[in-house]
Design a protein around this ligand. Sequence first.
Ligand code: HEM
Ligand SMILES: N[C@@H](CC(=O)c1ccccc1NC=O)C(=O)O
Length: 286
Amino acid sequence: MTADSNTRAFDPGIVTDFRERMSYGGYLDLDTLLSAQKPVSVPEHHDELLFIIQHQTTELWLKLVLHELLSARDLLRADDLSPALKRIARVKHIQRTLTEQWSVLATLTPTEYAEFRGFLGNSSGFQSYQYRAVEFLLGNKNRRMLSVFENDPAAHSLLSDLLESPSVYDEFLRLLARSGFAVPQDVLDRDVTQAHVFSQELVEVFRGIYEHADDHWREYEACEELVDLEDNFQLWRFRHLKTVQRTIGMKTGTGGSSGVSFLQKALELTFFPELFAVRTEIGVER
Ligand code: HEM
Ligand SMILES: N[C@@H](CC(=O)c1ccccc1NC=O)C(=O)O
C-alpha cells in the first residue's frame, strides 16, 4: 500500500475522538504555549518571531535546569550523591543544547536586528529571573541583582530565597565534610548570601581526592561533573558574548549596561574555583 500510493495507511485503531479523552494539545496546553509569541514591532518585523522563540525556548530549558539543580541540591543534602549526579548529567545535556542554539540566532543580521531593536525598550536578558536563579544556585551570589525584580514579587521572593540558602557547591562541600574530608570550618560556616571565595585549604582537600581517585571514586566523579557544569556555563556565556558582538557591536545594552565589555567581565567569574586550581597542583611534587 505505502509503496504504491506513497501514502501511509491510517491504522484502524488510531484514536480520533477527543471529546472525552486527553489529547496532545490539551495535555501540553499548546493553546497557551503557542499564543505566547507576541511581536511588538510595528509593522511586524519578520525576524522578531525568531528572537522571541529563541528566548522562550531558552526560558523553558532554564525552567528544567532549575528543577534539576534544586533536586540535585536536595539530594546532596541527603547524602544521595549518585542520584544528584544523574540530575547534573541531564543539566549538562541541556546546556549543550542551549549553547548550540546560538547558531540559530546568529542568522539574524545586525541590520535586521536594528530594524526592531528600538521596540524592545529597556527589556533585556539581564532581567531573566530564571537565569539569575541558576547563577545563584551555582553560587554566583549578588544581592544587587534583586533590585531588578522589585516589581515582580514572585521572582524577587524566589531569588531572595536562593540568595539566603546554600548553593549546590555549598551542599557538596558539606557532604564532603560529613564523609570525613577536611573541609575548612570557615568554608562550612561561610555567609551563603555572598559569592564563594577561594580557599587554598579546599584545594588541598581536592588534591587528596584527585591523587587517590581509586579510593574516592564517587567524590572524584562528582568533582569532574561540577567542572563540566561550569565549563558548559562559560561556553554559553561566551557564545552569548560573541552573538552580541556580531549583532550590536559596542553599542550599550537595552538593559543599561555598557554591553559587550559588561558581558566580558562575567567570563572572569567562577563557581568552583578550587576545582580548577587543583589542576595546577596535580602531579606536582611538594
Ligand atoms: C541579538 C541577540 C542578543 C543581544 C544583542 C543581547 C544583548 C545583551 C546585552 C547587551 C546584555 C547586557 C545587559 C544589557 O545592558 O542589556 C545582555 C545580557 C543578558 N542576555 Fe542577552 N542578548 C541577546 C540574546 C540573548 C538571548 C537569546 C538570551 C537568552 C535568554 C539572552 C540572555 C541574556 C542574559 C541572561 C543576560 C544577563 C547576563 C549577565 O548578567 O551576565 N540574551 N544581553
Ligand atoms: N540587551 C539587548 C536586547 C535583548 O537582547 C533582549 C531584549 C528583550 C528581551 C531579551 C533580550 N535578550 C537578551 O539580552 C540589546 O541591547 O540589544
